[in-house]
Ligand binder design. Structure first.
Ligand code: ZN
Ligand code: ZN
Length: 432
């Protein structure tokens, strides 16, 4: 069996000094299905991670798909391996093909036997993975501009809207809006080109909502963070830094992406969102941060491609960019490996020593636990942590181990500010 697993060339090994959060995730695929990262690169006609990043950043030359059908097919092929025994397509014997689970249309098996043995595990997530497989395709509508759909003015104050159940009723009946997308040409061409039948309309409406919720989750989390630290957007303009902004948040980002904050805080004094990170992707938001306050009652988005502490040295300290009222990080992932901790360390110490209100999100409760440990080791004063009421509703599959429970973006949060006060270290001898 071992001989079927190709040895990875040196260059494919994960580098621990990487500041790219996705690189670590990308290579961790190989710890579950050896060679999967290589298969993905091959399928996408890329030679190494550098190519892959260039493609993600939209800079790649010569990487293009002939048509949407090919694009969707190649995307799907990166998910093709036996969920039971991890066999990749090239390791199958002649005449053998991977068969898809007919219930979720998401995971693959080399034989009936493998599927049978895996069912006790797979049945726990099969239902959710069916949704994941739909969302994976419908997500394309974010790039065509069908999503996000426009939202309504808020009929309640920000303080009254505590979770999705409070937010949704303010939108009224979403059906007509979702049905416009359902009957659109992009939705039609999506299912014409995807190698699976079109799900029914109810499934598609829910999928659209889940993808929209992922988009809004970031905006509402920013609003929640502002309230957690009792910052008052009506009293003064706010500068909000998004530290470690990744390609997820910045690829295809639009200048209007945070406009839901206008609904949340109508008539506010102006807010600037500066997206900072080494993974920031080129686009309309690539414009310099403001030195002073932006226009009232509107959201101004800018970005800067660097590690946050470098941005601070290059821009904030030289008064080229305004100091932040709050710093927010979506999934910094510094618990994942030593390289990422080291990349984040100067930033974390900077946030602590300048006493900056900070709010980070993570993908799961376990990730929260590890992140809290690291923050406590740094003697951060943790103010609050727990489940995020505005977590994304879209389940995300752990690609290389589909039977692991799916995670959700912004599922938990931690907010911290400054150094842990001395009095928190109790002296047991003090009372006696
Ligand atoms: Zn198998
Ligand atoms: Zn299934």
């Amino acid at each position: 069996m071992a001989s079927q697993i190709p040895a990875l060339p040196q260059s494919y090994g994960p580098r621990t000094d990487s500041v790219f959060s996705d690189q670590s995730g990308f290579y961790s695929l190989d710890s579950n299905v050896p060679g999967l990262s290589k298969v993905i690169l091959n399928k996408l006609n890329m030679k190494d991670y550098g190519d892959y990043r260039a493609a993600v950043e939209g800079k790649a030359k010569g990487i293009s798909f002939r048509n949407y059908k090919e694009m969707f097919q190649k995307m799907e092929e990166t998910f093709k391996f036996c969920t039971g025994c991890n066999k990749l397509p090239e390791h199958l014997s002649e005449g053998q093909t991977l068969k898809r689970c007919v219930k979720c249309l998401n995971v693959y098996y080399c034989t009936k036997d493998c599927q049978k043995k895996d069912w006790p595990q797979h049945k726990k997530v099969c239902k959710t993975l069916r949704l994941v497989a739909i969302d994976r395709l419908v997500e394309w509508l974010m790039f065509t501009g069908d999503l996000p759909f426009p939202t309504e003015k808020w009929s309640k104050s920000a303080a009254e809207v505590k979770n999705w159940d409070d937010w949704l009723p303010m939108q009224g009946d979403l059906t007509p809006c979702l049905d416009t997308i359902l009957s659109g040409t992009n939705m039609a061409s999506l299912w014409k080109n995807a190698s699976r039948p079109r799900p029914d309309d109810a499934d598609l409406r829910q999928s659209l909502w889940r993808i929209q919720s992922e988009f809004l989750s970031r905006v509402l989390t920013v609003g929640m963070a502002v309230q957690r630290f009792c910052l008052d957007p009506y009293a003064k303009p706010l500068t909000i830094h998004l530290a470690g902004a990744s390609h997820n948040e910045t690829m295809g980002a639009r200048l209007t992406d945070f406009d839901e904050l206008n609904h949340m805080f109508p008539g506010h004094q102006g807010m600037e969102i500066v997206m900072v990170g080494p993974e920031v992707v080129d686009g309309p938001i690539n414009r310099p941060p403001l030195r002073a306050f932006g226009p009232k009652q509107s959201i101004y988005i800018s970005s800067y491609k660097a590690l946050y502490h470098q941005f601070w040295e290059d821009m904030v300290e030289k008064d080229e960019a305004a100091k932040p009222d709050i710093v927010i990080g979506f999934h910094p992932g510094f618990h994942a490996n030593q390289g990422l901790v080291e990349g984040w360390l100067p930033t974390l110490l900077l946030l602590r020593d300048y006493n900056i209100p900070s709010f980070f999100t993570v993908y799961s409760e376990l990730e929260l636990k590890y992140s809290l440990q690291i923050l406590l080791e740094l003697e951060m004063h943790i103010r609050d942590s727990g489940p995020n009421p505005f977590t994304s509703q879209k389940p995300e599959q752990v690609q290389a181990c589909p039977n692991k429970p799916p995670v959700h973006c912004n599922s938990h949060y931690v907010c911290f500010q400054g150094l842990l006060p001395e009095e928190d270290f109790e002296d047991p001898a003090a009372d006696s």
